[in-house]
Design a protein around this ligand. Structure first.
Ligand code: URA
Length: 201
C-alpha cells in the first residue's frame, strides 16, 4: 500500500469509527491536504467555517496567509502536508477540549507516522503542546506557550526517528496583528535555513 492509500484508510476509519459529538455539529470531515511524500508537515488546530464547508484544511483566511508564508520560502502546498489536531470543526471555532483532543489525535498520529516527516511545524498553542508533549495529552500543560517557543528548533522522538519540530504562531494570529506578521515571517525564514542545512547534511 502506498502512502495515499494508507492515508485513505485512516480517513475512512475516522468516518466509520471515531466517536465525537463534533461529528454531528460539523458539516464535513477535514482530514488533510498536500503531498504524502513531503519532508515537512504542518499541524494546525481545528477547521474553521470555510474548512468545514469545503472539507479541506487551511482554505479560509488563515490558509491564504499560510500559502503566502510558504511562498516566501519558495514552497507550495505540493512540498508540504497539512493536517489539524481536530478533524471536525468545533462550534463557533471555540478552543478544542481535552476530551476532543483525546478522541481526534490518534488519527493525527497515524497521519504523522504515514507521512514520516523530517520536520514538523506546529501552528499555535494546541499543536505545539501536543507535539512537544510527544503526543501525551496530560503532559500538554507542562509545555510552555507559543509566545515563548515560536521559532525555536526542538526535537522529538517518533519510533526510532528523531524529528525536528519548529513551533510557529498560528497564521490566523497575524491577520489583525502586523507585529506578529513580522515575527512569523522571520520564523519561516528559519524553516528555509533548516531545510537547506538538511539538504547538505
Ligand atoms: N485554522 C486551523 O488551525 N486549521 C485550519 O484548517 C484552518 C484554520
Amino acid at each position: 500500500m502506498n502512502k495515499s492509500e494508507k492515508l485513505e484508510e485512516v480517513r475512512l476509519s475516522i468516518i466509520k469509527e471515531m466517536v465525537c459529538p463534533l461529528k454531528d455539529s460539523a458539516r464535513n470531515l477535514v482530514f488533510g491536504k498536500g503531498n504524502p511524500d513531503a519532508k515537512i508537515m504542518f499541524i494546525g488546530e481545528a477547521p474553521g467555517e470555510k474548512e468545514d464547508e469545503l472539507g479541506m484544511p487551511f482554505v479560509g483566511a488563515a490558509g491564504r496567509e499560510l500559502d503566502k508564508l510558504l511562498n516566501i520560502i519558495g514552497l507550495t502546498i505540493d512540498d508540504v502536508y497539512i493536517a489539524n489536531i481536530l478533524k471536525y470543526r468545533p462550534p463557533n471555532n471555540r478552543d478544542p477540549t481535552k476530551e476532543e483532543i483525546y478522541r481526534h489525535t490518534p488519527y493525527l498520529i497515524e497521519q504523522i507516522k504515514i507521512i514520516n516527516p523530517k520536520i514538523i511545524c506546529t501552528l499555535g498553542n494546541y499543536a505545539t503542546k501536543f507535539i512537544l508533549a510527544s503526543f501525551n495529552v496530560e503532559k500538554m500543560k507542562t509545555i510552555p506557550g507559543i509566545t515563548k517557543l515560536h521559532g525555536k528548533l526542538k526535537e522529538i522522538q517518533i519510533g526510532s526517528n528523531i524529528v525536528k519540530v519548529i513551533p510557529l504562531y498560528h497564521p490566523a494570529a497575524m491577520l489583525y496583528n502586523p507585529v506578529l506578521r513580522t515575527i512569523i515571517e522571520k520564523d519561516f525564514i528559519e524553516i528555509k535555513e533548516i531545510l537547506e542545512i538538511d539538504k547538505v547534511s
